[in-house]
Ligand binder design. Structure first.
Ligand code: HEM
Length: 405
């Protein structure tokens, strides 16, 4: 173990998440793999300057994310919030059960496997449309701008009933919330603007309802007094924000990983079995584990985790990328789209496990094979060294991905 925080440090704790190897940009930050092998927790400095315990082992991550003594409550522990949002309703990912469960349960019906499957034909047509736009853009084209970003934005906008034409507005604000280097004031402003936008939209839906999630919540939950319109706006903000950047990053980074591993790409391109595609997508989720600076908790009492004493009120930062490379997966650092990935933690674990995972899966299962089939000669249009990776955002990915075909 590494001692406890009562000890005075001679050196500053290392920065989290830390640098990745330029040779293998898909691997977790190098120091995290070292910590995982050394076992125990590591005291680290977060991007916002706070200290936290980094949890890098698979078993420890599962324990923490399922332990009721570990909290995600942002009102009780403001250190979990990256800016002051006290003037808005609390977002449910930053609540503990039973309060969290009460809100989450009103939304789970929208995201069941069955429900999301009914959206698959629509997702497929959205993918086709942006594939055509990518081709029309001409070579080289930026796959992030023309393909990876617009697909989840369109799908989530349609699900919520957000006019697609407003996406520039919410994308710039979302980018500020994602960027770990943005100041708390900028984050607060971005969050407030997004929230106000959604309050306005929710009010419009009250008089002009559509066939969308916000209208359904207004009818089923606000009319009954269960939610206020401001709470509906906050839930919508959570879904809008969580639902497009994550998936966009995985589409783009997944494409790059497949371009670097052509045999794996062939297995996806050449199959007509949706189960093979589904398996491949799970492996990309595991291998790329984009949630690099996103999963935070606080200990509500003194407890020992991985042999380390964690004191009440201390923060924990969960490394999904590292946990998914632990020895529970054989040859974990190898991308193998045929492998059994059961138990991977790419969508988290426990009560906060990703609400939108079925939707993310359908988007990825539709986007990646369609891209590989439509453009069989797809290739990176610049050297790998010139690709700018997103080291400084909550989810990992690439800023721009110039491709040719
Ligand atoms: C939670 C990853 C796509 C909505 C989470 C968590 C992870 C995650 C790791 C757990 C956070 C924690 O425990 O603190 C991902 C990845 C995605 C993805 C890798 C895409 C590849 C989506 C989509 C939506 C969504 C498409 C919505 C449509 C949410 C919500 C939560 C969440 C609402 C909070 C759940 C709660 O606290 O109960 N996601 N996500 N995600 N995700 Fe996703």
């Amino acid at each position: 173990t590494t001692g406890n925080t009562d000890r005075h440090h001679i050196t500053d704790p290392p920065d989290f998440p830390g640098a990745r190897s330029p040779r293998c940009p898909f691997d977790p930050p190098t120091q995290q793999a070292d910590w995982r092998r050394a076992r125990g927790l590591r005291e680290v400095r977060l991007t916002n300057g706070r200290t936290a315990w980094a949890v890098t082992r698979y078993d420890d991550v599962k324990k923490i994310l399922s332990d009721p003594r570990i909290s995600a409550d942002g009102r009780r522990y403001p250190q979990l919030m990256n800016s002051d949002r006290t003037e808005q309703p609390q977002a449910f990912p930053r609540m503990d059960d039973p309060e969290h469960a009460r809100i989450r349960l009103t939304l789970t019906g929208e995201f069941t496997v069955k429900r999301v499957e009914t959206m698959r034909p629509h997702v497929r047509s959205v993918v086709d449309r942006f594939l055509s736009e990518l081709v029309e853009a001409g070579q080289p084209a930026d796959l992030v701008h023309h393909f990876a970003q617009p697909i989840p934005s369109t799908v989530i906008s349609l699900l919520l009933g957000v006019p697609y034409g407003d996406r520039a507005f919410f994308q710039t604000r979302s980018a500020t919330l994602q960027f770990t280097g943005a100041s708390p004031e900028d984050k607060k402003t971005a969050h407030r603007e997004l929230f106000q936008y959604l309050v306005g939209l929710v009010e419009r839906k009250e008089t002009e309802p559509g066939d969308d999630l916000i209208s359904r919540l207004m009818k089923e939950r606000v009319a009954t007094g269960e939610f206020t319109a401001r709470e509906v706006a906050m839930n919508s903000l959570v879904i809008l924000h969580a639902g497009h950047d994550t998936t966009a990053n995985l589409i783009a980074l997944g494409t790059l990983a497949l371009l670097r591993n052509p045999q794996q790409a062939d297995r996806i391109r050449e199959t007509d079995d949706p189960r093979v595609v589904a398996r491949a997508v799970e492996e990309l989720l595991r291998y790329l584990s984009i949630s690099q600076d996103l999963v935070f908790r606080v200990a509500t009492e003194d407890l020992v985790i991985g042999g380390q004493l964690v004191r009440e009120g201390q923060m924990l930062t969960v490394s999904v990328p590292s946990a998914n490379r632990d020895t529970v997966f054989e040859a974990a650092d190898t991308l193998d789209v045929g492998r059994d990935t059961r138990g991977h933690l790419a969508f988290g674990y426990g009560v906060h496990q990703c609400l939108g995972q079925s939707l993310a899966r359908v988007e990825l299962q539709e986007a990646l094979p369609a891209l590989l089939r439509r453009l069989p000669d797809l290739r990176l249009a610049v050297p790998l060294q010139d690709v700018r990776f997103r080291h400084d955002t909550a989810t990992y990915g690439v800023y721009v991905l110039p491709v040719a075909w």
